[in-house]
Design a binder for this molecule. Structure first.
Ligand SMILES: NC(=O)N[C@@H](O)C(=O)O
Ligand code: NI
Length: 161
């Protein structure tokens, strides 16, 4: 199955089945540092079967739209968060689990300053910046064993505005 996937703005509710939206929506949970900083506390659920949490940096090549999506993947042993190190929006692609393989993908564009955390086992597209420098901090599982399951679509989906 394939077709066109329309990009929609990222919202907490629409993304909830797939992961967490990490942003400064609403008031800070706590004002710290002598009133000079708002803490938006504990905005994502990190979940690892074993191993430990690690922080890596990804420098990814920006992609043009429309994007031909031929692969989604998932990490059965851990969640994976992508925190942009710029204020540029990026593309977030997920798909529901349709019985051990992905269903129809959904595509979201983040607002400037938003980050995402994919829940453990969520089908997702690989990191997809839309603007250079494509630099992200990535918080995911560091551990032994295989934590990557890939699904190649028979025919690519066209991801577009
Ligand atoms: N393979 C890897 O570390 N990155 C992917 O998991 C990704 O989601 O970009
Ligand atoms: Ni991944």
């Amino acid at each position: 199955m394939s077709g066109v996937v329309r990009i929609q703005p990222l919202t907490r509710d629409a993304f909830a089945p797939f992961g967490d939206v990490i942003d400064t929506d609403g008031d800070p949970d706590k004002i710290i540092n002598q009133g000079m900083c708002g803490r938006f506390h504990d905005r994502a659920r990190l979940d690892f079967s074993d191993g430990r949490a690690g922080i890596s940096l990804f420098r990814a090549t920006p992609r043009d739209l429309p994007l031909m999506l031929d692969l989604v993947e998932r990490h059965p042993e851990g969640s994976q968060a992508f925190v942009p190190m710029s204020m540029d929006p990026f593309l977030v692609i997920v798909a529901p689990d349709a019985g051990s393989q992905p269903g129809t993908p959904l595509a979201f564009e983040t607002a400037p300053g938003q980050a995402v955390n994919y829940h453990r086992g969520t089908w997702h597209g690989v990191l997809t910046p839309l603007h250079a420098p494509g630099l992200f901090a990535v918080i995911d599982r560091i551990g032994a064993g295989d934590n990557l399951q890939e699904h190649w679509f028979d025919t690519p989906w066209q991801v577009t505005r």
